[in-house]
Design a protein around this ligand. Structure first.
Ligand code: MRU
Length: 365
């Protein structure tokens, strides 16, 4: 069964970056996205007006990170409803037009289950009986905002549960970016870091740079420096040396999809990290909301892994870094088998092995 210890969720979070900077925001005119491809060089926003633009923003990773992609998908459905809400369309035609846009959003990125979870929730709203077509726009908007707000709450609870497993003055290693930028706000793995830091300013984060797109270097260091949380950047191939030197007390990462047995897809390189942590006896935790847990999949073998453009690995800042004659393999995610995971930190508590039992238990509470 999950650890359901009492946690203090009322700790002050208002001083953190996530209360000032938002990865996504629904506005009367569209959705304002913080352009994550421009960070840390520039803090700039892009206004998204249509579902097509939202799908493109997800594909090109202006918005990224599993929970944030889910929220972006839900807001994309709202944009569709606003766009198609014209008096000439019958109620059924309006629903059909939104369904077509919803399918386009579902084609953007395959691995993070939060996208499909959020689109499914929006589809249920779409299918429910209505008084008027205007009700549909209102209802979809309310649902999307609810998904966003609940994600922030979940992250704060994950942070507070997670802080309980961080030793005093710990060195915490993380991979990729599972922060405020990757969620509705506050973050999952970085939510744990934030809550731990609020209790103990002696904690120290090691951030893997996270090739090929450098989310650790570009985004995680940016978030932590903005919050005054001590962070040291390391390249992905340094984690073994770092653990051997005794600098890492715990690894905490996010997740894109967790299957019913606890196998976890996360950014490519997470699996290597889990193996190295296992070899050194360092606890390895995954932090994720229930919306990342896919109980319909039994094992990690079933998870679709996104493969991205070869140019992400063949170039750095637009410069070719290898022979053009090489071939390329660029999976964006890998799967860490459940046996290497010490615990899965969720908004309902910390699941421990055996995950088949403990994850199912989380959905019953
Ligand atoms: O390709 P990205 O940047 O979307 O990948 C992000 C990750 O792998 C994160 O660790 C994961 O989505 C969890 S975010 C809370």
């Amino acid at each position: 069964m999950p650890d359901l210890m009492n946690v203090n969720t009322s700790e002050s979070k208002s001083t953190f970056l996530s209360s000032r900077v938002h990865a996504l925001e629904l506005t009367p005119l569209g959705v304002k996205l913080l352009d994550q491809t421009a960070l840390p060089g520039a803090v700039q926003y892009v206004d998204i007006h249509t579902t097509r633009e939202m799908a493109h923003a997800i594909e090109t990773m202006l918005v990224r990170g599993a929970p944030a992609i889910g929220i972006a998908g839900a807001y994309g459905v709202v944009l569709s409803a606003r766009d198609h809400f014209v008096s000439e369309l019958s109620e059924e035609e309006l629903r059909e037009a939104i369904r077509t846009d919803l399918k386009r959003l579902a084609q953007t990125r395959p691995t993070a289950v939060n996208l499909f979870w959020a689109l499914h929730a929006m589809e249920q709203e779409l299918d429910a009986p209505l008084d008027t077509a205007a009700d549909l726009v209102d209802r979809l908007t309310r649902k999307a905002v609810q998904i966003h707000e609940e994600d922030i709450e979940s992250c704060q609870r994950i942070g507070d549960y997670g802080a309980t497993i961080i030793p005093a003055g710990a060195g915490i290693l993380t991979h990729c970016n599972a922060g405020a930028l990757a969620t509705g706000g506050y973050g999952t793995a970085l939510g744990v870091v934030r809550s731990a830091f609020a209790r103990d300013p002696q904690v120290h984060v090691y951030a893997d740079e996270t090739r090929p797109r450098l989310q650790g270097a570009r985004l995680t260091t940016w978030e932590l420096v903005e919050d005054g949380i001590p962070v040291t950047l390391v390249t992905d191939n340094m984690s073994g040396a770092l653990m051997r030197a005794g600098k890492v007390d715990v690894v905490v990462v996010g997740a894109d999809r967790i299957t019913a047995n606890g196998d976890t897809a996360n950014k490519i390189g997470t699996y290597n990290l889990a193996l190295i942590a296992h070899a050194h006896g360092v606890p390895f935790y995954v932090a994720a909301p229930l919306s990342t847990i896919d109980m319909a999949m039994q094992t990690g073998e079933e998870i679709p892994i996104e493969e991205r453009e070869p140019s992400e690995i063949s170039t750095v800042n637009g410069e070719l870094i290898c022979s053009p004659g090489a071939s390329f393999y660029n999976p964006a995610f890998d799967v860490t088998p459940a046996r290497y995971i010490t615990g899965i930190i969720t908004e309902r508590g910390i699941a421990r092995p055996d995950y088949v039992e403990s994850l199912a238990g989380l959905f019953r509470t």
